[in-house]
Design a protein around this ligand. Structure first.
Ligand SMILES: [Zn+2]
Length: 263
């Protein structure tokens, strides 16, 4: 599983109410999630950090994830608000922005992901586990005043929205979801986001969701990676195949893939 750290050090995403770049929040949370997954037995869970400017970094994270043939992709973010809803204040003598009205987590999936059904199943499970931890989802995303940020709400218990055009969700070949853990432009919620307690809650929620996802995914491996070159030696293929792989599983995975294309 890949835990993608949203944005890069150079192109850091949102700026928090206390002027901490979103990338720093994403990195700390992703590391905590990785730690928790490994402790819970998902030893191949790995944080992915990308560098450089925004758009090329999106392309390179997708390319890296697809090449690795990961089973699952989760992109970690922290939320902000559209500029028109940001108010001004000063923090430690520096001009900054805030919005205390909006807050909460949200989970996004893209219908363009070739494995949309599985993406949605994982996203629902993740949202439900976040709710189990006592967290509230961001209700504003399906409302008209969000303008271009308005998205259909797919699950009003789990807080899952559909966001088709997100590159990391639509161009990845494995099931993928994006988590906005909470708003860092909300002055109270930023303090919560910075706490160990909150990071542990999210890490627990992710781990439980992955466990739930694996338990219900059926007998076929999630992704049968294609050999990197057509002349790959059989030995190399054996070494990279999944424990329960094999021809039957491969066929099943293929038919699952074409089924999801038809949807
Ligand atoms: Zn972000």
């Amino acid at each position: 599983m890949i835990i993608d750290v949203g944005h890069t050090a150079e192109s850091y995403g949102a700026m928090s109410a206390r002027r901490v770049p979103e990338f720093e929040y994403n990195l700390k949370l992703a590391r905590r999630i990785e730690e928790r997954l490994k402790t819970d037995g998902f030893i191949e869970a790995a944080v992915m950090i990308t560098e450089g400017k925004a758009r090329p970094s999106l392309m390179s994270r997708v390319a890296r994830a697809n090449k690795k043939g990961a089973d699952l992709f989760l992109s970690i973010h922290h939320d902000s608000v559209p500029d028109i809803y940001a108010d001004r204040w000063e923090f430690e003598g520096k001009k900054s922005q805030f919005n205390d009205l909006f807050g909460g987590y949200s989970v996004f999936v893209s219908h363009h992901n070739p494995r949309y059904g599985e993406s949605l199943r994982f996203a629902r499970s993740l949202g439900n586990q976040m709710a189990e931890q006592g967290l509230i989802f961001a209700r504003q995303y399906d409302l008209w005043f969000m303008g271009k940020y308005q998205h259909p709400l797919l699950d009003s218990d789990a807080g899952v929205y559909r966001y088709d055009e997100l590159i990391v969700l639509k161009n990845t070949t494995m099931p993928a979801a994006l988590l906005e853990s909470g708003s860092i432009i909300n002055r109270d919620e930023e303090l919560v986001m910075a706490s160990d307690e909150h990071r542990n809650k999210v890490a627990s929620a992710v781990s439980s969701a992955v466990l739930d996802y694996c338990a219900t995914r059926g007998p076929a491996p999630l992704l049968v990676a294609k050999p990197s070159s057509p002349v790959a030696k059989p030995a190399a293929r054996v070494a990279h195949s999944k424990p329960k792989g094999g021809k039957a599983a491969s066929k099943l995975a293929q038919s699952q893939r074409s089924a999801s294309h038809r949807r």
